[in-house]
Write a protein that binds this ligand. Structure first.
Ligand SMILES: [Zn+2]
Length: 279
């Protein structure tokens, strides 16, 4: 049994980027931890929050989503949401994009003192799409992994070329600042039943649901499955000191399979998803 720490920037990132992986890990009997750098308080919502702050609402939503995804423990690192690049909120000294990585690591290490983390999951160096908090998650995951004595860091990402190849996806002009080149990817997680679980978890994030998104519209769901049905990763072993036996008690990092499938086994497209599978 492995312990996986998913490091996320904002509530809803866990479902969109790693929801299938969380469910699969849970079903395989692994321990699943989710740490959120922020509560997404600089986001927007069209909803009436009835006296709650957006951060309070999003914490409530993400706790429900994580429960549905089989997450064993949810924690918050208590930074402020940095908001989008080039906005005023990125200047906030408490914003996650300005956090000192030693301090982030210390907050994680203290919160996880009784855990034995094997795998830290963060984001690729572009933070998938360039959000300052997402880029910081990349740095934080790689910085914290050795201190947590983890064996692997996995960057959650998208296949740049695959998304650009899709008709009508709007990714026709993806560039080097977006996600990762397909060549760099190492592993993936996918499955129609896992995707159904991801969709169910996303439904809890009502404050973030775009007005034009209808999870009961088959056409929209199939389009979303094509784009986000495969969760891609770049796996990097954590460099350790010679003689450090690591958390799993031997010198070999634990195998990533069968939770993560090597890239060369990918069929070239996510599994076909039919909306009846959500029922
Ligand atoms: Zn985010």
């Amino acid at each position: 049994m492995l312990t996986l720490l998913f490091l996320h920037a904002h509530p809803d990132d866990e479902s969109i980027l790693t929801g299938e992986t969380m469910v699969k890990a849970h079903r395989q009997g692994h321990r699943v931890l989710a740490a959120f750098a922020t509560r997404g308080d600089a986001g927007e919502t069209a909803q009436d929050l009835g006296g709650q702050t957006l951060g309070e609402r999003r914490e409530q939503e993400v706790r429900l989503a994580c429960e549905a995804l089989g997450v064993d423990r949810v924690l918050f690192l208590e930074y402020d949401d940095s908001g989008m690049a080039d906005t005023e909120t990125t200047k906030n000294p408490k914003a996650f994009c300005n956090a000192n990585l030693e301090e982030v690591t210390a907050r994680l290490a203290i919160a996880l003192v009784n855990e034995r983390v094997d795998i830290v999951v963060g984001y690729d160096r572009n933070g998938t799409y360039g959000h300052p908090d997402h880029i910081q998650i990349h740095h934080a995951a790689h910085h914290a992994a050795p201190a947590l004595r983890a064996s692997w860091v996995l960057d959650a990402t998208y296949s740049r070329e695959f998304l650009a190849s899709l008709d009508d996806s709007g990714y026709g002009e993806v560039d080097e600042n977006f996600a990762s080149p397909h060549d760099e990817l190492t592993h993936f997680v996918e499955g129609a039943d896992l995707f159904a679980a991801k969709l169910e978890a996303l439904k809890f994030h009502t404050s973030q649901t775009p007005d034009d998104w209808n999870p009961d519209d088959p056409e929209q769901v199939v389009g979303f499955a094509k784009q986000f049905g495969t969760e891609w990763y770049i796996a990097t072993p954590v460099p350790g000191d010679t003689g450090d036996t690591g958390n799993n008690g031997d010198n070999e990092p634990p195998p990533l399979e069968p939770l993560f499938t090597p890239k060369d086994e990918w069929s070239g497209a996510p599994p076909p998803f039919t909306p009846t599978q959500t029922k």
